[in-house]
Design a protein around this ligand. Structure first.
Ligand SMILES: N[C@@H](CCC(=O)N[C@@H](CS)C(=O)NCC(=O)O)C(=O)O
Length: 338
């Protein structure tokens, strides 16, 4: 497999995350030429990918499943990158394409950059609109409001944005991206610096969450979504594959309970596919796992055990309500669930 580890971002120099290249925004006023419109766009995700998983969770919490359809790619890329090999005829049934790269090429001929998820594609033209994973979920929360379900939570409340942004910046630097910096380090010092930062930040987050149910305010916000997508992968892939092994998530009483609380909240755990997560990381990054062997563990049953975080109070959905059941076509297959 010549993907992932061959990319510049996984190269010999210190790990550097590439900037998203297509940063057009889909907005209520359509100022970039892409107005919010039900049925017009398709969200392309890998359930393996933490950045894409943010969008999968936001879409569920906000009840955008009908308005914004979703395509799930095969967790294993080949040298043409993400592919629709989970679909009949290896083709996305809505876009009619076999590789996500086709939507990138439709937007920009001979696009030289990497093909990444999450991506939103304009269905009528087949053009990629955005792969800006940092902006994408904020826009789902704040620009797609006319299409939100009744009872949708406010994931980015105006009065708390400064605090949410500050927490997310630290979580991004040391945790979301920190695990990648540790995992793809090519020198001892670089690895130790990154790994130290991961656990220092996790320790601080554990202290912050000891007496409060959620990261900011008393409801679920975008900040919780972004921390969750790393925590849910921690013991399955980051602890072993990325060598972030000072301790396991399941060994930190507070963070483990926090992660289980979110996992058991509708819209979070019901989007998680541990089978895709494990196969993607262990099989694609052959630079750090040359045999491509996928470990059997960890035991996933703990994710469903009582977490007792209700005792801290908090109102998960604020004045809103939890999302309904997962649409039948989007239920995570049994091998990926605890
Ligand atoms: N757009 C960003 C973030 C999204 C991202 O890294 N997605 C990963 C999957 S987790 C991806 O699609 N990487 C391209 C590849 O592995 O070929 C990037 O290009 O680094």
């Amino acid at each position: 497999m010549s993907v992932g580890e061959g990319n510049e971002q996984y190269g010999r120099k210190a790990f550097k995350r590439s900037k998203s290249h297509f940063t057009d925004r889909i907005t209520a006023d359509g100022r970039d030429g892409w107005p919010v419109e039900a049925g017009r766009y398709r969200l392309v995700v890998s359930r393996a990918c933490p950045w894409a998983s943010r969008a999968v969770i936001s879409r569920r919490l906000l009840g955008l499943e009908e308005a914004l359809s979703m395509a799930v790619v095969d967790p294993i890329q080949d040298d043409r990158s993400w592919r629709f090999t989970l679909d009949p005829d290896d083709r996305d049934p809505v876009l009619g394409i076999r590789f996500l790269k086709e939507a990138y090429d439709a937007r920009e001929r001979d696009y030289p950059g990497g093909v990444s998820v999450p991506a939103i594609v304009d269905v009528p033209s087949g053009d990629l609109v955005t792969n800006d994973y940092q902006r994408l979920t904020l826009d789902l929360a704040t620009e797609w409001t006319d299409l939100h379900r009744a009872g949708a939570p406010d994931l980015y409340p105006a009065g708390l944005r400064d605090e949410i942004d500050a927490v997310m910046a630290e979580v991004y630097e040391d945790v979301n991206n920190g695990v990648y910096r540790a995992g793809f380090a090519t020198g001892q010092e670089e690895y130790e610096e990154a790994c130290d930062a991961v656990f220092r930040r996790l320790q601080a987050l554990s202290e912050r969450l000891a007496r409060r149910r959620y990261l900011v305010g008393d409801t679920i916000t975008e900040a919780d979504i972004r921390l969750f997508t790393t925590l849910v992968r921690f013991d399955a892939v980051y602890h072993g594959h990325f060598k972030c092994n000072r301790w396991k998530l399941a060994e930190d009483r507070v963070l483990w309970a926090y992660a289980r609380d979110l996992f058991q909240t509708p819209g979070f755990g019901d989007t998680v596919d541990f089978d895709h997560i494990k196969r993607h990381y262990y099989r694609v990054h052959t630079g750090i796992n040359p045999t491509g062997i996928v470990p059997l563990g960890p035991d996933l049953s703990g994710w469903l055990t009582p977490h007792h975080r209700e005792e801290l109070g908090g109102r998960p959905f604020g004045d809103g309500t939890p999302p309904g059941p997962v649409p039948a076509a989007e239920v995570v297959p049994a091998p990926g669930r605890p």
